[in-house]
Design a protein around this ligand. Structure first.
Ligand code: ATP
Ligand code: MG
Length: 240
């Protein structure tokens, strides 16, 4: 039997102006717990700005962001950035345990133990004492996800999670993302990888010029896009 889902993230009428550019113009959407939503759209349509606005990295000029019905707080989000952004001078264990100690104030012993448990879940326990430079791209991506997940976020945001990965590693990341969602975390992904978007998403948000022009179940979007801009986007993507 399916558990009733609750709305985890609610974004209402978000506007964002950067310099003189009106980058987001009235963005509204919601994501339930355990749901995977993917934002796609042409370069410059505003995808990264939405992620940055959610994380409090861009000032919003108007709008409301709620998590679990309350005003969003910084620790509610976990962001897995493009290019992993691991700390190269720290071991893998330290990469995962660092914020637990510094931000969440856990003792080194507790933080290391939580980090090791998380690394074990990602099949990376034997890499605990290694440094990022000795890992493959797929392993680095798993460390980046483990590092974010160990902070226990309610919403997990991914900016281009598979951009540097081969198809096998991409499929690995898809399995990981689905598994995380099944634990009740809401997931928002930005990607240009339409194969991934099709395989992993429950819903698709299609953006153009800072507006959401389609917000539909992934299956419907890919089989029958309604807007001219999405039709043309998918048609062009199919050439490659
Ligand atoms: N700091 C800034 N000042 C002014 N304009 C900005 C700034 N940052 C982004 N923009 C503009 O906002 C628009 C949206 O940018 P954004 O990075 O969100 O696009 P995107 O959809 O993520 O694109 P891509 O697919 O290339 O990553 C672009 O037109 C960009 O030029
Ligand atoms: Mg971007």
């Amino acid at each position: 039997m399916h558990r009733k889902k609750t709305i985890m993230l609610e974004v209402e009428n978000l506007y964002c102006i950067l310099g003189t550019n009106k980058v987001l113009s009235g963005i509204s959407f919601s994501i339930a717990d355990g749901e995977i939503t993917t934002m796609i759209g042409k370069s410059g349509s505003g995808k990264t700005t939405i992620i940055r606005a959610l994380c409090g990295l861009e000032n919003i000029s108007h709008g409301k962001i709620c998590i679990n019905g309350k005003k969003a707080r910084h620790g509610d989000y976990g962001l897995v950035q493009q290019g992993y952004c691991l700390f190269d001078h720290m071991t893998i264990l330290k990469n995962v345990s660092y914020a637990l100690q510094v931000v969440r104030k856990f003792s080194m012993k507790s933080a290391n133990s939580m980090a090791l448990d998380m690394l074990a879940q990602f099949g990376l326990k034997d890499k605990a004492t290694a440094y990022p430079s000795s890992l493959s791209g797929g392993q680095k991506q798993r460390v980046a996800i483990a590092r974010t997940l160990v902070m226990n976020p309610k919403i997990l945001l991914f900016d281009e999670p598979t951009s540097a990965l081969d198809p096998e590693m991409t499929s690995d990341v898809i399995d990981i993302v689905k598994n995380i969602a099944s634990q009740g975390i809401a997931i928002l992904i930005v990607t240009h990888d339409l194969v991934m978007a099709q395989k992993v998403s429950d819903r698709i948000l299609f953006l153009e010029h800072g507006k959401i022009v389609e917000n539909r179940p992934a299956e419907d979007f890919f089989s029958d896009p309604c807007s001219e801009c999405a039709k043309s986007f998918l048609k062009n993507a199919a050439i490659f």
